[in-house]
Design a protein around this ligand. Sequence first.
Ligand code: ATP
Ligand code: PRP
Ligand code: MG
Length: 285
Amino acid sequence: MKNLKIAIQTKGRLNEDSMKLIQESGIDLTIGRRKLVSEAGNFPMEALFLRDDDIPQTVADGVADVGIVGENEMLEKGKDVVIAKRLGFSKCRLSLAIPKSMDYPGPQFFNGKKIATSYPKILQNYLDKNNISAEIHVISGSVEIAPGIGLADAIFDIVSSGSTLVSNRLKEVEVVIYSEAVLIAKPGLSAEKQEILDELIFRMESVQRSEGKKYILLNTPNEKIQEVASLLPGMKSPTVVPLAEEGWSSMHSVIAEDDFWEVIGKLKKAGAEGILVIPIEKMIF
Ligand SMILES: Nc1ncnc2c1ncn2[C@@H]1O[C@H](COP(=O)(O)OP(=O)(O)OP(=O)(O)O)[C@@H](O)[C@H]1O
Ligand SMILES: O=P(O)(O)OC[C@H]1O[C@H](OP(=O)(O)OP(=O)(O)O)[C@H](O)[C@@H]1O
Ligand SMILES: [Mg+2]
């Protein structure tokens, strides 16, 4: 069988979560310190480790079949690739920001201004749509420093917590796009490669579905089963197993971690005992 070639960021913000998702999908893949191509031990897949900027082109050219990259990078590069799956990590936004001390009357502020960014295409697109004529100054990193050193009047860059903006005395005034990590693919993969990609997506979805979910087991008097069940929506309905002790049952279900502390008091009040909460690795429907 042919291998599916996947492009992954060598190091940086996407690398760790990309590798974790692949490993939790049961695929034995490691990145060596200098080995930039690596074959999975137990899945027909081969990884190419690259800088994130090069991933859209590598996939569009067919050197890799798929890749994991920020949606921002995919949009900026504008290559012929499709999103096979949104991955939910590396969430951020691309925003326009100006010095904190300046008044902001609206997007027209940017008319005639100089804006520093690493994302000139996305920015130009926004400016055109809003009939703004501004000068774009391309800079490949440390964009937030530009206004402070007199290189530009404003910036267009990645924002997540906003703390880099605050540290550089800037304020976010327009959010242009929201981004997250995406699995991109070359359109028109061979049937054989598409099959491997489908299996990869199936596994990733099983892993992600279980995130933030716990398996809960508890004992309850039989007459309380209905009441306890109403507190545990579960996957379909909770599993109920009779205990050796007459009149008691064990109930099993799935619960969202966020709901857990709220539900636990109600469960105890309803008569549940011996409550066990255990992690779930994968969920397959
Ligand atoms: N602060 C952040 N919070 C969340 N996601 C982020 C943040 N900064 C960047 N990202 C996302 O992670 C991607 C990779 O960011 P990173 O800083 O590793 O890129 P890079 O420095 O261009 O890396 P490379 O060396 O591979 O070119 C970005 O394109 C963006 O999608
Ligand atoms: O809103 P925040 O949470 O502060 O995040 C935004 C910052 O994060 C990224 O930089 P990163 O920390 O990856 O540094 P780098 O660009 O120098 O790699 C991005 O380029 C912004 O500068
Ligand atoms: Mg990069």
